[in-house]
Write a protein that binds this ligand. Structure first.
Ligand code: AMP
Length: 282
């Protein structure tokens, strides 16, 4: 397994696959890999002749310089995670200069309003950064399919729009959220939590489950109140937002319609670490 640090080196390695019309699966990541990431690689590995895993902490999608600075970087451990895939796995870990070709800035996208909801409201410019970097990656890797986790559900919907906007022939595959035994969604950011914080963070999953259990019984405003109460005056967790949103548009739901699908979304802070999670409700 070779690590490609430049786009020219990766393109050269992929050329035989492209020439022989083999399929390429792509798993974009920011590294600090865990079993959640590995599940995406597993699916890509089953469905394609080769898989590219990118490891790149993208500066243009961080609105908070401290978050970017503190983002865990564990390349040796990442390589270990990928060793279980014996062949045809390419790690692509370029420098920002190589990837962005010296212009490290975001394009401005209109993702039909999805970019202005939830994460878009709280992380200004985040989805322009995500769209820009994935557009660059997609044009270098030229995958048939790209695999993204439902853990970042809004991002998944954004990337589906991105390939439409950029007219790229790539199928975007959404993969289920992988959780710890406790229910906490696996995340690279969990590495920044101590044992006590890890155990308190389970409240996120428990709250989502409670919302799901009560979804048929309670109105949206009652469900919102229920969540606020769970987080109010909590010693460790500070709620940034809770929303029940339409799965397609990600617009905040005010009342329930039988014809629509909904998901519950939570963003919160624990000891300065920002965690997000979500769950399908119906
Ligand atoms: P990240 O490295 O956090 O940017 O994540 C890279 C990809 O892995 C994204 O598509 C995430 O949605 C996905 N991912 C992260 N955590 C999980 C998880 N617990 N379960 C499934 N997919 C995940």
């Amino acid at each position: 397994m070779k690590i490609h640090k430049s786009s020219s080196s990766l393109k050269e390695a992929l050329l035989p696959f492209i020439t022989n019309r083999k399929t390429i699966g792509f798993v974009p990541t920011m590294g600090a890999l865990h079993i959640g990431h590995v599940s995406l690689v597993e699916q890509a590995n089953i469905e394609n002749d080769c898989v590219v895993v990118s490891i790149f902490v993208n500066p243009t999608q961080f609105d908070n310089p401290n978050d970017l600075l503190k983002y865990p970087r564990t390349i040796e451990n990442d390589i270990d995670h990928l060793k279980r895939f014996s062949k045809n796995i390419f790690i692509f870990s370029p420098s920002a200069l190589d990837l962005y070709n010296h212009d490290i800035s975001s394009k401005s996208y209109n993702f039909s309003g999805i970019e202005s909801e939830m994460e878009g409201k709280h992380r200004i410019g985040h989805f322009d950064g995500v769209g820009t970097v994935l557009n660059l990656f997609f044009r270098i890797v030229k995958p048939n399919k790209a695999y993204l986790g439902e853990k970042d559900f809004q991002q998944l919907q954004i990337v589906k729009k991105l390939v439409e906007i950029e007219n790229l022939p790539i199928k975007i595959i959404g993969c289920p959220i992988i959780r710890e035994k406790t229910g906490l969604a696996m995340s690279s950011r969990n590495k920044r939590l101590n044992i006590e914080q890890l155990s308190e963070a389970i409240l996120i999953y428990k709250t989502l489950l409670k919302v799901k259990e009560n979804f048929k019984l309670l109105s949206i405003s009652k469900l919102n109140q229920l969540v606020e109460k769970e987080f109010k005056n909590h010693n460790y967790l500070t709620l940034e937002y809770f929303e029940i949103a339409d799965t397609e548009t990600l617009k905040t739901a005010i009342y329930k319609s039988k014809k629509k699908k909904y998901r519950a979304f939570i963003a919160c802070f624990i000891g300065g670490v920002r965690l997000i999670d979500n769950m399908a409700l119906n």
